[in-house]
Write a protein that binds this ligand. Structure first.
Ligand SMILES: [Fe+2]
Ligand SMILES: [Fe+2]
Length: 144
């Protein structure tokens, strides 16, 4: 398995969990929504960690590209983390409208972010890094 396959699969898993979160919120099944949201947040943050702690530093070292795509990706992760915290708050307050509107913003951000990774950053990483070594190191951080 290469880096593109491994991390793209994680994007899909997170997308699928979010679809379930959204469903639960729409149906005002709050307990289920909270449980699923915790899982979604945890997995999304773990995925970001794999990129920030393993992939990006190695990418920067091997390609010498330091002020490029990895910096943009880190900034977008930070934006996503902020929205996730706001969503957590909205969920705590059972604010359906606010939660769904934040969720929509997050999905737009994440879809554009993931597309850039899947089409540019991951393929470049597979070309310039050691894919099996990278996948192994990322897997050590846990399973999404
Ligand atoms: Fe990312
Ligand atoms: Fe990613």
């Amino acid at each position: 398995m290469n880096i593109t396959q491994y991390l793209t699969e994680e994007h899909r898993k997170c997308d699928n969990i979010y679809a379930e979160v959204e469903n639960a919120v729409v149906n005002e099944d709050w307990e289920r929504a909270e449980k699923l949201f915790r899982e979604f947040k945890e997995k999304t943050l773990l995925h970001f960690d794999k990129e920030e702690k393993v992939l990006f530093p190695e990418f920067e070292e091997k390609t010498g590209i330091v002020m490029g795509p990895t910096q943009v990706m880190r900034m977008e992760h930070e934006q996503a983390r902020q929205i996730l915290n706001q969503m957590e708050e909205a969920l705590k307050n059972r604010n359906k409208k606010e939660f769904l509107s934040l969720g929509e913003s997050l999905m737009i951000l994440i879809q554009q972010h993931n597309m850039k990774e899947e089409q540019i950053l991951y393929p470049m990483s597979d070309q310039n890094l050691n894919p099996s070594e990278m996948v192994e190191k990322m897997a050590e951080l846990g399973e999404v």
